[in-house]
Design a protein around this ligand. Structure first.
Ligand SMILES: Cc1cc2nc3c(=O)[nH]c(=O)nc-3n(C[C@H](O)[C@H](O)[C@H](O)COP(=O)(O)OP(=O)(O)OC[C@H]3O[C@@H](n4cnc5c(N)ncnc54)[C@H](O)[C@@H]3O)c2cc1C
Length: 132
């Protein structure tokens, strides 16, 4: 049965804590702007909160870093057209970039994005579309 629902995309101004109340998951906009997936970031944030409310924001910063990078990737993705997407799929299917995507954990783009672009320099062109 099809299901639908609102998806809150990560907001860099989102506050996580007020007094003794902490927000986690969708309520804290901890959702990846690339895939709209919120399960992994929400669970990682919950793990950070479980370490103590006083250190929640600090412990959550690695998750937020990935969510910020997702926002940047979304800006790039929104600038691309159908032809760009078809070209990217062809480029990635050809060689080393495919291997990078297969081997790396795509929940943590900061850990593989430069590796991906290094493996296939033609991908730079799409990242640079943000500028022009
Ligand atoms: C159609 C759809 C598909 C998705 N697919 C994916 C996917 O493939 N992968 C992925 O990672 N993410 C996916 N997501 C996003 C993911 O489901 C959410 O990011 C994730 O479930 C958020 O978890 P959460 O615990 O923060 O919030 P929720 O899962 O929304 O849980 C909040 C809970 O609080 C309850 N609640 C609300 N108000 C009250 C209240 N006043 N009192 C008591 N209880 C209350 C709600 O009933 C709910 O059970 C999808 C979302 C949608 C809508």
């Amino acid at each position: 049965m099809p299901a639908s629902g609102l998806i809150p995309i990560y907001n860099t101004s989102q506050k996580l804590l007020k007094n003794n109340v902490a927000l986690v998951g969708d309520a804290a906009t901890q959702v990846k702007a690339v895939s709209f997936g919120g399960i992994i970031p929400g669970l990682l944030a919950a793990e950070a909160l479980a370490k103590g409310i006083d250190k929640y924001e600090d412990n959550c910063s690695p998750v937020l870093k990935e969510l910020k990078l997702n926002l940047l990737m979304r800006v790039i993705m929104d600038k691309l057209g159908v032809k760009d997407y078809n070209d990217i799929i062809s480029i990635i299917s050809e060689g080393k970039a495919k291997q990078v995507l297969e081997e790396e954990d795509r929940d943590f783009p900061s850990k593989f994005i430069f590796k991906l672009i290094k493996s296939e320099p033609r991908l730079w062109k799409y990242g640079l579309k943000v500028i022009w």
